[in-house]
Design a protein around this ligand. Structure first.
Ligand code: 13P
Length: 253
């Protein structure tokens, strides 16, 4: 019912020329994967987008950005507008935990960005997830409920299926310590239940990714879970062999 979706978040890695090399490697590694079996995207740094875009031609790999600002233009030094990305990317990651934790992004800002991405005709990947302290304090569901609710304010029923939600427990990011597949499934099912409270059965059309130390070794088990519709991959997305192995793990299911 939901096409699985694997996205690579390259974070602040790869120069422009390195990004093009990685894309060439990915195209070769993924050439045998039927486009109908899985949606694939890579999200390089802003400066690499216009070089990666033509390099992706002829493949089914889509392009995403890692962030954007919601204002259309103006005196926002260092920011990139969604309009500037239109025609280049299909997806924009919004509210990654690194944006929230290092750059102070709030649920209210995340919501403005989600709405602006949808208004521009692009597809947001809205990230949510609890810290280790919140997890250990038993606050995970409260955090996920708040982030899901506040991030989706004023997103209409007609648009909700355009949103991908990435559940990324912060303690699992870059640590090599992924959530167990059962825990990840339970959290993703909880998030879907939150979406269902507001949007009813449209929740069944919303893709929910898991992110946090996804590797070729754990991808198959995670992605076999019914409420995990894909993965947002960090470190392993920087290696063509690893990323393509993750894609193939879901494409084969
Ligand atoms: P890792 O896969 O490196 O843990 O990163 C996950 C992530 O933050 C993807 O957005």
């Amino acid at each position: 019912m939901r096409t699985p979706f694997i996205a690579g978040n390259w974070k602040m890695n790869k120069t422009v020329s390195e990004a093009v090399v990685l894309v060439d490697e990915l195209k070769a590694a993924l050439s045998g994967v039927p486009a109908s079996s899985v949606d694939i995207a890579v999200c390089p740094a802003f400066v690499a987008l216009t070089s990666v875009k033509p390099a992706l031609a002829g493949s089914s790999i889509k392009l995403g950005a890692q962030n954007a600002y919601y204002e259309p233009k103006g005196a926002y030094t260092g920011e990139v507008s969604i309009g500037m990305l239109t025609g280049i990317v299909d997806y924009i990651i919004i509210g990654h935990s690194e944006r929230r934790q290092i750059f102070g992004e709030t649920d209210a800002l995340v919501n403005k960005k989600v709405l602006a991405v949808i208004a521009a005709g692009l597809l947001p990947i809205m990230c949510i997830g609890e810290t280790l302290a919140e997890n250990e304090a038993g606050q995970t569901e409260a955090v996920l409920e708040r982030q899901t609710r506040d991030g989706l304010v004023n997103v209409s029923p007609a648009d909700i299926a355009k949103v991908t939600i990435a559940y990324e427990p912060i303690w699992a990011i870059g640590t090599g310590r992924a959530a167990t597949s059962d825990d990840a499934q339970n959290r993703c099912a909880f998030v879907r239940a939150q979406v269902r409270l507001k949007y009813g059965d449209l929740a069944d059309q919303v893709r929910i990714q898991y992110g946090g130390s996804v590797t070729p070794a754990n991808a198959k088990e995670l992605l076999a879970k019914p409420d995990i519709d894909g993965a947002l991959v960090g470190g392993a997305s920087l290696k063509a062999g690893d990323f393509s192995a993750i894609v193939k793990a879901v494409a084969a299911q």
